[in-house]
Design a protein around this ligand. Structure first.
Ligand code: SAH
Length: 405
């Protein structure tokens, strides 16, 4: 009983199901598990083995989750102890620091991005002196006190706030609630800087984690092409429009969102950056707004489409593709010949190929030429592990839409 694994339960994978885990995929779904030897408590460390008993990896088990085991180490001698987690956290933070150097974005970015940083189940965003912590794994969340101590040691934040994504209670049995974990409450709003623009952010009540850092580089890339009169649909706090006015040749922006609190932020951000005289915001459902603009014969030089996630389950994929089709079709109809369409999809289940096919159908249905100028993804502080490509969720296509062929 002196083996270091004497206390670890073993999870045996079904025959012919072990290949993805040998290759480094971190999610062992319940359906791949043949049997569990021992009685591991929820959140306990386990070793995972192929059907013939061969060691594959070490992970944390959650009997309540469909992702039964999340894998973290493929080295048999590497226990998932505090030193291990500490190193993973430090590596993720060091990566962001080297990515941004001394730019202000260093202090306003995603510091830890779950599987991409070998930390499946936790996301940490930095808003200057405040951190936002999000758990998507109950097993990892049980180690919160240690993670918090490490984040304090490595970054000395003024405070750490916790938010939990909708659905996590059911998916993971995660019972943590939103609220202050340590230190001071985040100011409401707090301010972040991106591309020389200031944004007010409410990390407590704002959507998702308060600000969409993942679109940072796409806002700037889009600005390079946008000129004239721009329609920024699903504008949230105004990022695409503000960047196009400050860094591009846009002259006027109409921002549309269905959420009034989001538009209030967008309006204040326009004022904060002295761009309010060239921006107007309206509360509308995007589809209805596009229909009414088309009816009125309005034409724009550029349209931005950045809708929320449309496909949450595989079963919802077809419906989502129809939604993207309808939205892009309507957008193209209010674009001048030679206009720029910046169209995004943050549904991980919709592949880049699927999304391009949607645009191909829009082109043939509307009789317009659509050229992809840039095919972009998520910003580099949201890296993608090649072993967990499910996390490559963001597509941002910058297109030129010409007149009828
Ligand atoms: N472009 C933004 C992020 C968009 S997030 C940025 O760069 O920061 C998606 C936005 O879509 C949210 O603000 C949400 O309020 C809005 N939204 C959701 N459904 C909508 C609908 N049917 N019509 C218009 N806006 C909608």
């Amino acid at each position: 009983m002196n083996s270091p694994d004497a206390d670890s339960a073993r999870v045996i994978i079904k025959k012919r199901r072990a290949l993805p885990f040998f290759s480094g995929h971190p999610w062992v779904f319940a359906g791949a598990v043949h049997r569990v030897e021992g009685e591991p408590a929820a959140g306990a460390e386990v070793t995972v083995h192929a059907h013939d008993g061969k060691f594959i990896a070490r992970g944390l088990i959650n009997p309540q989750s469909n992702i039964r085991v999340r894998l973290y180490s493929w080295d048999e001698s590497q226990r998932l102890d505090n030193e291990f987690w500490s190193r993973r956290i430090q590596t993720a933070i060091t990566h962001r620091h080297s990515l941004f150097g001394d730019a202000p974005e260093k202090r306003c970015c995603r510091l830890i991005f779950s599987e991409a940083d070998g930390l499946s189940g936790v996301v940490v965003d930095r808003y200057n002196d405040h951190l936002l912590l999000q758990w998507t794994s109950r097993a990892l969340a049980e180690r919160e006190p240690f993670f918090v101590e490490q984040l304090h040691q490595q970054l000395q934040p003024a405070g750490i706030w916790r938010r939990t994504e909708k659905g996590m209670a059911e998916a993971e049995g995660l019972t943590l609630t939103d609220g202050l974990v340590t230190g001071a409450e985040p100011p409401r709003p707090l301010f972040v800087e991106e591309h020389g623009l200031q944004y007010g952010v409410d990390v407590v009540a704002g959507q998702k984690t308060g600000f969409y850092f993942d679109q940072r580089d796409n806002r700037m890339a889009a600005a390079r092409y946008l000129r004239g009169r721009i329609l920024d649909l699903f504008c949230y706090s105004g990022g695409f429009g503000l960047t196009a006015l400050r860094h591009g040749a846009a002259t006027q922006v109409l921002g549309v969102d269905s959420s009034q609190p989001a538009l209030d932020f967008a309006q204040r951000n326009a004022e904060l950056n002295s761009l309010a005289d060239r921006m107007r915001f309206e509360q509308w459902a995007a589809y209805a707004k596009l229909e009414s603009l088309e009816k009125a014969g309005e034409q724009f030089d550029g349209v931005i489409l950045d809708p929320p996630k449309m496909a949450r389950t595989r079963g919802g994929l077809e419906r989502a593709l129809r939604g993207y089709f309808r939205l892009n079709q309507l957008a193209v109809r209010v674009l001048k010949p030679g206009g720029i369409l910046v169209t995004c999809s943050c549904s991980g289940l919709v592949s880049r190929g699927d999304f391009e096919q949607v645009l191909a159908r829009v082109a043939s249905e509307t009789g317009r030429t659509i050229q992809i100028l840039e095919s972009r993804g998520q910003a580099a502080d949201h890296p993608v592990s090649v072993q967990c490509l499910e996390n490559a969720y963001l597509k941002c296509l910058i297109c030129r839409v010409d007149s009828r062929r």
